[in-house]
Design a protein around this ligand. Structure first.
Ligand SMILES: CC(C)(COP(=O)(O)OP(=O)(O)OC[C@H]1O[C@@H](n2cnc3c(N)ncnc32)[C@H](O)[C@@H]1OP(=O)(O)O)[C@@H](O)C(=O)NCCC(=O)NCCS
Length: 177
């Protein structure tokens, strides 16, 4: 296991997107998708405070939160990362796109990079995600990436887990390359 923080904040990319650390100068663009403890920011000040907490979680080894950048335009299109469980070898994967960048494949690419980083660099043994039953877009996205439903949770939520067969996952991931 190699938990955060790292000497250098990890940057990973493919031909479409780059995952990198969120800078103060990015925050104005991502206020509406800034969340902490399930609370959504409504002001720049709130979003900046949330980012500070996220940075502390990273420094404490509990989380890694990337900004997703479109390599063509250099614009930030969303965020993704692992938000708990890293010390136990588990990662809860979370993600959100700015509304204007949905339906264009950005998150598929971003999550493949995050999954590969989680398995190969952090050494995660389990990757999971939780969402509401009604969140069809999120469910479609993670099922495409080889997650299967493992539990119904409280508050109308469902838990999905990345299938343990890493060869199968890699094959599935490679099919999207
Ligand atoms: C969940 C969420 C990230 C999914 O976003 P998304 O845009 O559907 O996902 P992707 O970026 O991977 O895009 C896939 C869609 O783009 C389409 N697409 C277009 N061009 C594409 C391309 N070049 N490559 C892949 N997909 C492409 C796909 O067909 C797919 O659309 P479909 O679902 O209508 O078939 C988004 O709905 C969101 O931010 N929701 C709010 C936050 C949230 O619910 N997070 C999940 C918590 S676990």
């Amino acid at each position: 296991m190699r938990l955060p923080p790292y000497d250098k904040f990890p940057i990973v990319s493919d031909d479409k997107v780059m995952l990198r650390q969120i800078q103060l100068s990015d925050i104005n663009d991502i206020i509406e998708i800034s969340f902490y403890d399930s609370i959504q920011a409504t002001t720049l000040t709130q979003a900046v405070e949330m980012q500070a907490k996220i940075n502390t979680d990273y420094s404490n080894g509990n989380s890694i939160h990337w900004g997703i950048v479109d390599k063509l335009t250099n614009k930030i299109v969303g965020t993704c990362g692992y938000y708990r469980g890293l010390d136990k070898g588990e990662g809860e994967l979370g993600c959100v796109l700015l509304p204007q960048y949905r339906g264009q494949g950005y998150m598929t690419n971003a999550l493949i990079l995050a999954i590969e980083f989680g398995i190969n660099n952090i050494g995660l043994k389990r990757i999971w995600a939780a969402t509401t039953k009604q969140n069809e877009k999120a469910i479609k996205l993670i099922e495409k990436l080889n997650f299967i439903k493992i539990a119904d949770l409280n508050d109308n939520e469902v838990e999905y887990e990345l299938k343990q067969d890493l060869n199968l996952t890699e094959n599935k991931i490679n099919a999207y390359r």
